[in-house]
Design a binder for this molecule. Sequence first.
Ligand code: TMP
Ligand code: ASP
Length: 236
Amino acid sequence: MQKKEMLYEGKAKKVFATEEPEIYIVSYKDDATAFNGQKKGTIVGKGVVNNRMSNFMFRLLEQQGIPTHYIEELNDRETAVKKVSIVPLEVIVRNTAAGSLSKRLGLPEGTPMKTPVLEYSYKNDELGDPMVNDYHILAMDLATREELDKIAAMSFKINELMVEFFRSVGVDLIDFKIEFGKTTAGEIILADEISPDTCRFWDVNTHEKLDKDRFRRDMGGVEEAYDEMMKRIGLR
Ligand code: TMP
Ligand code: ASP
């Protein structure tokens, strides 16, 4: 598989065309941003962690019946994926209050949710990814009713599978963000990444943060936290 022209450069990844029209290559960078790009930095080795961990999670989810864009890990930072058009939504699932939910609703971080909470943000950097609901999504034609129903059902299933898996390695899955894509054939599949950039991971016993909040909040020990997550899932 050969990389051809770069199609897109995001804050944490680049996407390349290949000689195969239905296959792209994603390349993970060490660049880190937070607060809609206002805070910038580097997390050394992050690209490798996020690539390998995402692929591990995509394989695990595929085995449990979740269709994903994953095709093949090419090297430490690069992966062949199915070509999709990204549904312009950040889909967030929360099991425990933290981050923006804690701020918005005045719930102390760590407050358990009685049932998982599903939220959507409209992917638009200029607007700062505003939160939207089903009505906005349908009215703006960001997805159809059928697509949104599929996205919601898949998101709750992914949450169940991930909560169970991370629990088994001593990690509480507090919340996470995923993105979906639409294939040329019109199928909705899981895309983007699943990594310490896009999930909140807390050690089950100590509640130590093992994710990007250490970077967002200037807590230090960022690389060590990413490395610890790799150890927990058996990739290091
Ligand atoms: P939040 O509490 O800041 O809304 O974040 C919820 C989850 O989504 C958390 O696991 C971090 C993740 N996330 C992203 O992956 N990208 C983003 O741009 C933001 C704001 C959050
Ligand atoms: N990566 C996101 C940004 O820079 C935010 C985050 O993950 O906190 O907008």
